[in-house]
Design a binder for this molecule. Structure first.
Ligand code: ATP
Ligand code: MG
Length: 428
């Protein structure tokens, strides 16, 4: 029989079996962001549609066809956020966080895009993003790239590579745009339908086309790198020198343009071959024009966002262990007196060792069936509280994961401390 209700297509449940990978990823991300002194900002899932249209750009894939837009009850057009940068800049301007100061921020959470769901591409997906404001030079560009590189190292993901490009100043880009329109117009018959449309609206985005039949005409297009203004060129050269001195390998990819309008100068993308078609795990760039576009005074901005579903898939494929979430102990109680005592003792042990992960048998059962549940729980130890133990103030402890391990009996007061040292001894 078909299930009566199903999740919305492209919106996934993350089930308990997957939680260990997610938690390890999220913990590591937080630690690495803290190591560079980035501060967390939490932003609403919904913003005015106009905010995204203005910042991401009217003729981008996201705004043209991927947004979840709806009228709220008073008729305002609202949109589920498709990315985090627009909301982050909006919040910073609204609360005066960018006034004569620098800021390093990060956010995490679900994003929504009406895309064709497939492996690595969903309609609700999760990003962690980092954003830095008030710094115009390439030093902060290099820092963000170093931060992301450190994250891959910490996670144990060696099979990633960095693609780098610069989009130059907006004046240089405008001149280049003319050239590009001329070039593609001359080869109109080779363009697919999407690209013909973009030729009028956003010709740089043609370079971003993933259509295989378009790759030849794209490869021969004039390169923006050859039309850069001197300042952008100097910025790019210095960024490369900084990355060289930090030992970060990169590949300059003149076709890397990114799907959002707000980028200028530095753009980058971390990619992997291990995920099939959806190989981009992290993408970002500089967006100096966005802050004034949204009503702030001119100040530099740069950021990146990474896709957590793709990272979790990589971690699982690489056989990386997730966070250890298995219980340390399972408490078995036999008899009415022991059952009553069990709850109180479990609370006392959690007081004594707050990190203790203890599952208390609930729902009754014979000793045998409780012991079977203890085994299934993956707990390392069974704590056994029978009638005799309840009377004598003791608890029996049986290791469940070691062959030939002896059962021992301890006083109830000592059980938490004993477990703690046994667990710490086993954990490298
Ligand atoms: P793509 O070229 O794969 O569509 P994008 O350029 O649209 O990516 P960004 O908007 O830069 O992606 O988002 C940053 C990262 O978020 C991507 O590199 C990817 O890891 C992840 N991401 C983007 N869209 C999705 C999605 N629909 N499902 C899962 N992850 C996504
Ligand atoms: Mg996309």
């Amino acid at each position: 029989m078909a299930k009566q209700f199903q999740a919305i297509r492209g919106m996934n449940d993350i089930l308990p079996a997957e939680a260990a990978q997610w938690q390890r990823l999220e913990t590591t991300v937080r630690e690495v962001l803290a190591a560079y002194d980035y501060q967390e900002i939490r932003l609403p899932l919904v913003e005015k549609t106009e905010l995204f249209a203005r910042s991401i750009g009217e003729v981008t894939d996201i705004v043209e066809k991927e947004m979840y837009t709806f009228a709220d009850r008073n008729g305002d057009s609202l949109t589920l956020r498709p990315e985090g940068t627009a909301g982050c800049v909006r919040a910073c301007l609204e609360h005066g966080l960018l006034h004569n100061q620098t800021r390093r921020l990060w956010y995490a959470g679900p994003m929504f895009r009406y895309e064709k769901p497939q492996k690595g591409r969903y309609r609700q997906f999760h990003q962690v993003g980092a954003e830095a404001y008030g710094m115009a030079g390439p030093d902060i560009d290099a820092e963000l790239i170093c931060l992301s590189a450190r994250l891959w190292r910490r996670l144990g993901l060696p099979e990633v590579s960095l693609q780098l490009n610069t989009l130059g100043s907006s004046a240089a880009r405008a001149a280049y745009r003319e050239q590009l329109v001329g070039y593609f117009t001359a080869r109109l018959s080779e363009l697919d339908e999407d690209s013909r449309r973009r030729l009028q609206t956003n010709p740089l985005r043609i370079l971003d086309s993933k259509n295989p039949t378009m790759q030849a005409v794209i490869a021969e297009a004039p390169a923006l790198l050859d039309h850069l203004d001197p300042e952008s060129l100097a910025h790019f050269e210095e960024l490369k020198a900084l990355l060289d001195s930090a030992g970060i390998a990169y590949q300059v990819n003149p076709r890397l343009v990114r799907g959002l309008d707000y980028y200028s100068q530095t753009v980058f993308e971390w990619v992997t071959d291990t995920l099939g078609a959806q190989g981009a795990i992290c993408a970002g760039g500089r967006y100096d024009g966005l802050i004034t576009e949204l009503g702030g005074s001119a100040t530099g901005g740069i950021g990146f966002a990474m896709g957590l579903e793709r990272l979790v898939a990589m971690l699982a494929a690489a056989g990386q262990p997730g966070a250890d979430l298995t219980p340390h102990a399972y408490l078995i109680t036999v008899g009415a007196a022991a059952q009553r005592l069990g709850l109180a003792l479990a609370e006392q042990w959690r007081d004594q060792w707050p990190a203790l992960r203890l599952r208390l048998n609930c729902g009754g059962g014979s000793f045998k069936s409780q012991f079977r549940r203890a085994d299934h729980s993956s707990a390392r130890f069974a704590l056994i509280l029978g009638e005799a133990e309840a009377e004598t103030g003791t608890v029996a402890i049986k290791p469940l994961r070691e062959a030939q391990a002896e059962q021992i009996t301890l006083s109830q007061d000592q059980a938490a401390a004993w477990l703690r040292s046994a667990v710490l001894e086993q954990t490298p």
